[in-house]
Write a new protein. Sequence first.
Length: 315
Amino acid sequence: MIKVQDIVYCIYRSPDLDKMAAFLTDFGMVEAGREPNRLFMRGAGSHPVINITEKGPAGFVAVGMLAGSAAELDEAAKLPGASAVETIDAPGGGKRVRLSGPDGFRFDLVHGMEPAKELPVRAPLAINYAWQKQRVVDLQRPDFEPARIARLGHCVLKFSDGDAAVRWLKGTLGMLVTDRLHLPDDRAKTLGTFMRLDRGERPADHHTIFALQGQPGDLNVHHTSYEVQDPDAVHIGHQWLDKKGWMAEWGVGRHLLGSQVFDYWRSPDGYIFEHYADGDLLTDKVQPGDYPAIPENLAQWGPELGPHFFDSVRL
Ligand SMILES: [Fe+2]
């Protein structure tokens, strides 16, 4: 049985790789390789590539998830619409199977990629809390720099039938339901479902995929989200992106479900990229929650949600 154990990369398409590289660099990634038609970006963590951009009309191509074992790739290759086991032609190499998910979303199951040497980032800030002092004769001086990305944390996709997508993510990828959001006036109607990795006792993020109910004609990625060092990095990163002239979407705030300190930005092609820090970790024993989709359940604090947040693309 397949049980994905991590999220590794996402693949976008963009007409202008230079512009995408400039945005992702200001966003806090590091170039890991470049070909005439492909851009490879990494974070500071051990995944050799976390964001791939292929040259072409703007779009979302795939999300790459780590299989539990090499044997799971053989199992995946037998699924309807799956590719054979292929060699990955990207930094880190390894093997993959391309799966055709709900609404044709491509999920790459990967295994055996060579881990990259981690890049240096500043240490997490020691905070002098009112009743808990941690720093004496030790000045607080975080650099003004992009929010250094550690890793890809999660991906939000809009499906034509969100409940069916959840069944596929559970049945085919072995994921668990963490929390469901339903329409405030109709408990039976799902707005979206937060899905996490089943790692047993080993902690997993509150969500790795969020399956959002989409509208016909708008089945797209909603956003991809990247973990940074700490809340100061989110705020400093916000200022950095603002100074560089990129388009802010929503933030800084703190989510309720997942508890992340979040900040959302638009890429040159209008897609949302999120920074986050301090998210919840859960084990496999946590039972699913069910919440009405009201603003109070989206954020505990932060600016008011703008009218464009749910638009897949905004230019
Ligand atoms: Fe997110």
